[in-house]
Design a protein around this ligand. Structure first.
Ligand code: 1CP
Length: 353
């Protein structure tokens, strides 16, 4: 049964005639039904922590588009919240956390060791989804990778260059390493519970991996992710894992093999033709489409979609974006993209012209 799900087949290395598809941030503000449910919840965090409503917004894009995977509706910042960091969202601006100074990192390290009470609504959302999803739709759980989560905890918000995290790393390596270790262990426990609740795949989002240079890339983008994947796979044999080291550039080569990931999510900067020779031999790839094309649409969207499908058709491939859907995306453009995936260039049109 499970093996009939196209997403799981692609993750296992199968080459399918049409790639399975889902989109990062497929549930979100570009959908009117999401905005309505969010208004009902009151605010974004209430939406994340109310299982019936979080399950509802997870299902909305599945009903509308019939994607091959649903991704749990939650946020990477719920884990630091569970660890005792204050968290709130400023509308139109993004997340805010109480920033960590050295002494506050140490306090956080002594903080809650039971994160699961706080995260129980997330596990309940997964249990609801495991019952309600259509039989062919796979359920993806997720967490932020330790480095990316640490950048938000240290700065107290999103930052263009992750300056405060780099500064703490330079000033007090021991404290910084202790924070990464804490997050690595907590992420293993968090994702393990997601799998026990019914997640069939997990994805690690390292949105800011691209700002790590040289040995720091190996220490903070590769090693923690490798440790998380090894622990999860020993507890849950056969669990597929997708890694997303966004902005990794040349470090994409060999990343899946070294970290032990089954699939690699490609940002918009990766050349898909290069990926066929350098990344697909190590496993499945997903991603790459510029999310800006979901705003502008038209022939450029069709051409870019067909280019990705054609380039990656010789190996295991899941169609996706190179980063998340933006609030100004046009929901109709998702249908245009799906049609271009299912009717790639070279196949005769239904009505000859
Ligand atoms: O309704 C709203 O105002 C909230 C917008 C929003 C949404 C829809 C946020 C705030 N988070 C989410 C959900 C979310 N976040 C999902 C769920 C499901 C889906 O993909 O459909 C996932 C997987 C995430 C992951 C996430 N959150 C990442 C990693 C991926 C990425 O985008 O790079 C990051 C960095 C966050 C932090 C975050 N949460 C929200 C925002 C606006 C941000 C980014 C802040 C910044 O720009 O630094």
């Amino acid at each position: 049964m499970t093996r009939d799900k196209p997403l799981l087949r692609a993750l296992a290395g199968e080459v399918l005639p049409t790639p399975p598809v889902w989109l990062m941030r497929q549930a979100g503000r570009y959908l009117p039904e999401y905005r309505a449910t969010r208004a009902q919840a009151g605010d974004f965090l209430a939406l994340c922590y109310t299982p019936e409503l979080a399950a509802e917004v997870t299902l909305q894009p599945i009903r509308r588009y019939g994607f091959d995977a649903a991704i749990l509706f939650a946020d990477i910042l719920l884990l630091p919240h569970a660890l005792g960091t204050d968290l709130w969202f400023v509308t139109g601006e993004g997340p805010r956390l109480s920033p960590l100074t050295e002494s506050r990192v140490l306090a956080a390290l002594k903080g809650k060791d039971d994160i699961h009470d706080h995260l129980a609504p997330v596990y309940e959302t997964i249990r609801i989804l495991a019952h309600e999803l259509p039989p062919g739709t796979a359920l993806i759980g997720f967490a932020g990778a330790p480095w990316t989560v640490a950048t938000y905890m240290i700065a107290g918000r999103g930052t263009p260059d992750q300056g405060p995290a780099h500064a703490l790393k330079g000033r007090d390596r021991g404290t910084f390493n202790a924070l990464i270790d804490l997050l690595t262990g907590a992420t293993i426990e968090y994702l393990s519970k997601q799998v026990e609740a019914g997640a069939e795949v997990v994805k690690l989002f390292d949105s800011w991996a691209g700002s790590l240079q040289g040995a720091d890339f190996d220490r903070y983008a590769v090693a923690p992710v490798k440790r998380i994947i090894a622990a999860l796979k020993s507890r849950h044999p056969g669990l597929p894992v997708i890694a997303f080291p966004r902005g990794a550039g040349r470090h994409y080569a060999g990343f899946a093999r070294t970290a032990g990931a089954d699939a690699l999510a490609l940002d918009t900067s990766v050349d898909v033709v290069w990926a066929t020779g350098h990344l697909q031999p190590d496993g499945c790839v997903q991603g790459n489409l510029d999310p800006g094309l979901m705003v502008t649409g038209g022939q450029p969207l069709i051409d870019a979609t067909r280019h990705i499908v054609a380039a990656l058709s010789g190996g295991p491939h899941i169609f996706n974006l190179g980063h998340g859907m933006t609030p100004d995306a046009d929901p109709e453009n998702v249908h245009v993209m799906l049609e271009a995936i299912r009717n790639p260039a070279g196949r005769a049109p239904a009505t000859p012209v």
